[in-house]
Design a protein around this ligand. Structure first.
Ligand code: NG6
Ligand code: CA
Length: 516
């Protein structure tokens, strides 16, 4: 094993050969839609064994495409995971990529090359709709939310954007369209502060009588729409969102973009708010899942997918549109609100049979559902078990549309297009991911190595999730069971050492002596 790990030449960075290996070019330049759900676990959907919900639209997507059972995100939380997916660079290379607040400055620098830039370089119209969580404006805490924001998705390749600044549990609770707050209300100018409240403004901590959904941990600052959030905000007036309407707004703007660009080609990144907390979906989903609000948020997510699929069909462009559906990180039940997610779970396993969940170094943190549907090319009703990482989507899609990645960009993204289209079942040689404490994990088909790190065995602030952190190396056999129960690091010192060495090389980006 030890030998094998190093006998394989390490993969070549994408920029070196992004043009190669595009395979058959019959259908060039399909429309591409990435639907990225939030905190949806590997086991949450019925087509992955989930209980207590029905998701006919996502089922339809899986029936019309290929379902993947071994896809990892590059991080176990949103900001670093999205950063990796959109830039093709691991977030661990940048210290400022932890879960960001709503007043964080743009994390992806305007000069950085992104997936949107890549599609644009091939004449695609590009757009981002939904959760952003990658910072806005030039300086943290200094944005003027009542004027055009100084930096945003337009600076990194998105022609159109309709986004939430961060998460729905973080202020400001408004949508932002092309850099301007939607329905901005001059009578109620918006102010945001993550350290202190504005005089006289109620909070979840002091005014629980104003709440329709109560926090279970954190989330006790400004109240918007009867739900207290992280951070303080003042004003907003008619610009403030209602949580019940978020999925509808996202779907509406996604469908509008499809309608406008039906002549294609277009690239759309739709990042849903579902199923992140606070889970408070539209009335029409209420009472429709025995799991309560978390189950209903899954129904709302499914509805969104249905809206997008229906719009493509209505426009006659479903056949040549490549949809990738996935999630940004693993699942969590109680993530800070009393929504009865734990109480009502009733045998449902959000992370499937994997250990841990959102935030974890264990597989539950980064193993996510992934479905690829492209009727013109991708096999229908197929399942692929190939070991894959979302970090490769950029280079793979670049290869698909024949885009050239500028030198020294997307350095961690490899062209695995065959994998993505379900035409090649070979594994990525290794997959690297980052837990919430920034500990790295390294997976191969046979093994998983978790580097030593600080932090207790359980998430410390509320969610009941095993972290997988240990102040010693961990090594698990993944080909026999994937349950990460038995740490065999001491019994297999050679494998442990070789994985540790490989991780070190990936971290320092030093592949020099392995390339022939
Ligand atoms: C945590 C929040 C959690 C969630 C997470 C980010 C508290 C107590 N918890 O800090 O609710 O917002 O950040 O989630 O504040 S993510 O999916 O966007 O990464
Ligand atoms: Ca998330």
């Amino acid at each position: 094993m030890n030998k094998k790990l190093f006998a394989i030449p390490l993969l070549v960075p994408a920029a070196a050969y992004a043009q190669g290996n595009t395979g058959d070019n019959d259908i060039s330049r399909p429309n591409v839609i990435i639907i990225l759900s939030d905190d949806l676990g590997y086991g949450d959907l019925p087509c992955y064994g989930g209980l207590h919900t029905e998701t006919p639209n996502i089922d339809r997507l899986a029936q019309n495409g290929t379902r993947f059972t071994n896809v990892h995100t590059s991080a176990a939380t949103s900001t670093p995971s999205r950063y990796g997916m959109l830039t093709g660079e691991y977030a661990f290379r940048r210290p400022d990529t932890n879960v960001s607040n709503g007043d964080a400055a743009m994390i992806i620098r305007p000069e950085q090359f992104t997936m949107a830039d890549m599609f644009r370089s091939r004449g695609y119209s590009t757009c981002a709709v939904g959760k952003w969580h990658l910072g806005l404006g030039d300086k943290s805490g200094e944005q003027d939310w009542n004027a055009m924001l100084s930096a945003g998705p337009a600076d990194i390749g998105f022609d159109y954007s309709y986004i939430m600044a961060a998460t729905s549990d973080r202020v400001p609770c408004v949508f932002i369209e092309n850099g301007m707050v939607v329905s901005h209300d001059p009578e109620h100018p918006i102010e945001v502060n993550y350290t202190r409240n504005f005089d006289g403004e109620p909070t979840g901590r002091d005014n629980p009588e104003l709440l329709k959904l109560h926090p279970s941990h954190g989330h006790d600052q400004s109240i918007v729409n009867g739900i207290s959030r992280i951070g303080y905000m003042k004003g907003g007036g008619k610009a403030l969102w209602t949580d019940e309407g978020i999925a509808d707004s996202i779907a509406l703007h996604a469908v509008r973009f499809i309608d406008k660009h039906a002549d294609g080609p277009f690239f759309m990144y739709v990042a849903t708010n579902d199923i992140h907390v606070p889970r408070y979906p539209h009335e029409r989903f209420r009472g429709k899942s025995s799991m309560g609000l978390r189950g209903e948020a899954i129904l709302s997510l499914d509805w969104t997918v249905g809206q997008i699929m229906d719009a493509l069909e209505a426009r006659g462009i479903a056949d040549n549109t490549l949809i990738i559906f996935s999630s940004d990180n693993g699942p969590v039940l109680d993530d800070g609100y009393d929504d009865l997610a734990e109480e009502l779970v009733d045998g449902h396993l959000p992370a499937g049979h994997f250990r841990g969940g959102k935030y974890s170094a264990f597989e539950g943190g980064t193993m996510v559902p992934a479905i690829v549907c492209w009727p013109a090319r991708v096999k229908k009703g197929a399942v692929s078990d190939a070991l894959m990482s979302q970090i490769d989507w950029l280079a793979s899609l670049a290869s698909l549309v024949d885009a050239r990645l500028p030198r020294n960009t997307a350095c961690d993204s490899y062209n695995r297009l065959g994998n993505l289209l379900g035409e090649d079942d070979t594994d990525r040689q290794w997959v690297i991911s980052m837990a919430a404490n920034r500990a790295l994990t390294l997976r191969t088909r046979e093994w998983k190595y978790i580097e030593p790190s600080e932090g207790g065995p359980m998430v410390g602030w509320g969610p009941r999730i095993e972290t997988g952190y240990l102040n010693a190396p961990q090594l698990y056999r993944m080909d026999v069971t994937s349950d990460e129960q038995k740490n065999v690091a001491r019994k297999n010192p050679a494998v442990t050492a070789s994985m540790e060495m490989l991780m070190k090389r990936i971290r320092t980006n030093d592949y020099s002596d392995t390339l022939e």
